[in-house]
Design a protein around this ligand. Structure first.
Ligand SMILES: [Zn+2]
Length: 413
């Protein structure tokens, strides 16, 4: 087989010799073309050679699937500016922090880590778990680097349960900038108002001013913290979170009514009502003819469920219709009055919540800012969690999400 000669992709190095070690790795003995270093004491240029430091072995990107190790003896330089003649070892700008791998390999590993796990990449590349994990903490960090963000535009805040970790819930704060780029701002240890407030306040003023909307779940701690820092007008409660809250009592009522009907109807009549859960949850206009006739049948058997379902549909319709904020509030108020006048009691609790957060809920109508992107993010988090078998530290989740969401952008691919 003909030998292939590849030039090294690190310009400052000269290859002295190449070998294959006992493990089959390609070992390139190299030296630096640099003739000086900066004195660690005075910072001036030190050019007088004064022996060598310990030989370093640095893993580099593989060639034809064979690991490459760069072997180098760093030169020690003596400073002629400082009176006591201190010596300084030459520094290599091509070595990643931690000293075990090159920056080239670091970029390669970062790319491999996107949507994968440390364990997986460690095994595939034959680089130790700790080297990769050290690399990850150096290159990504455990908190957001505000310098990397130009504007925040829309902030999303959401909670996820973390049963394998120490606390039950963590709060994920994310942002979508004017260009549509998604970034993770924080994974907070808990979802208390003070924690969220502290974080919002820690956003540099310049960036804080770029925030146009804060999308949140209907959760006291989140809403109050957001209102305090960004003002009532910018806080938008996720309409899908609102929908969850009025679908739940409808579901509960359906279960209760189906139990009643099971006792009262003949087995054959009851069987005709199978699959009602999905029919009730579907958008009315999406129902097939068969489903519509099933629904009519259910309505006939349970007038109460009919009323509740119709009211839920009315509310969904309000959210689906373009209105200005003021008329949307009027419509919601009319809906509340209607329900309160009816015999329905299943929405009582929901109406309490709706009234309490009406202002933030109605902000949705100002520019129909739903937090769809927060929902998308949640799906991403679920995948990360499944892949990582739960996570114990908020910091690790922050790094993982940052890499998965911003990795390609960070690496310029
Ligand atoms: Zn010096």
């Amino acid at each position: 087989m003909a030998n292939i000669t590849l030039p090294l992709d690190i310009d400052s190095l000269k290859i002295l010799s190449q070998d294959i070690d006992e493990k089959g790795n390609i070992v390139l003995t190299v030296e630096s073309k640099c003739q000086q270093t900066h004195c660690h004491k005075c910072g001036k240029s030190a050019t007088k050679r004064h022996g060598y430091g310990e030989t370093m072995k640095v893993r580099h990107t593989s060639i034809l699937d064979t690991p490459v190790i760069l072997k180098i003896k760093p030169v020690r330089y003596l400073c002629e500016h400082c009176g006591d003649g201190p010596t300084t070892l030459e520094k290599f700008d091509w070595v990643a922090k931690g000293g075990k791998i090159t920056k080239g390999l670091e970029t390669y590993i970062q790319r491999s880590l996107i949507n994968s796990t440390i364990q997986d990449v460690s095994r595939k590349e034959g680089v130790s778990y700790s080297t990769i994990s050290t690399m990850l903490s150096h290159s990504i960090g455990v908190t957001v680097n505000w310098d990397n963000l130009r504007d925040l535009h829309t902030i999303g805040i959401d909670e996820i349960s973390n049963r394998k970790g120490f606390q039950d819930f963590v709060a994920i704060v994310s942002a979508k900038d004017t260009q549509g780029n998604l970034s993770i701002l924080a994974v907070l240890d808990d979802r208390k108002k003070e924690t969220v407030l502290d974080f919002f306040q820690s956003i540099p003023d310049e960036l804080k001013q770029t925030v146009k909307h804060v999308c949140t779940d209907m959760y006291d701690g989140f809403i109050n913290a957001a209102v305090e820092v960004f003002g009532q007008k910018k806080v938008v409660v996720d309409r899908y979170d609102v929908a969850k809250l009025y679908r739940q009592p409808l579901d509960d009522l359906r279960i209760k009514e189906m139990k009643r009907l099971k006792l009262e109807l003949s087995a054959a009549d009851y069987a005709e009502l199978k699959g009602m859960m999905w029919i009730l949850r579907k958008q009315h206009e999406c129902l097939t003819e068969t489903e519509k006739s099933k629904l009519t049948l259910l309505y006939r058997h349970s007038p109460l469920l009919k009323k509740a379902h119709r009211q839920a549909l009315t509310l969904t319709h309000i959210f689906n219709t373009h209105s200005d904020r003021k008329s949307a509030i009027a419509k919601i108020d009319r809906w509340i009055t209607q329900v309160e006048k009816s015999e329905l009691s299943c929405f009582d609790r929901f109406i309490g919540t709706l009234t309490k957060y009406k202002s933030s809920i109605a902000n949705y109508f100002k520019n129909r800012k739903n937090s769809g992107f927060v929902e998308g993010l949640n799906n991403k988090i679920k995948v990360v969690k499944r892949r990582c078998y739960g996570f114990t530290k908020a910091e690790s989740l922050f790094q993982r999400l940052t890499l998965d969401l911003q990795g390609y952008r960070m690496l310029g691919i």
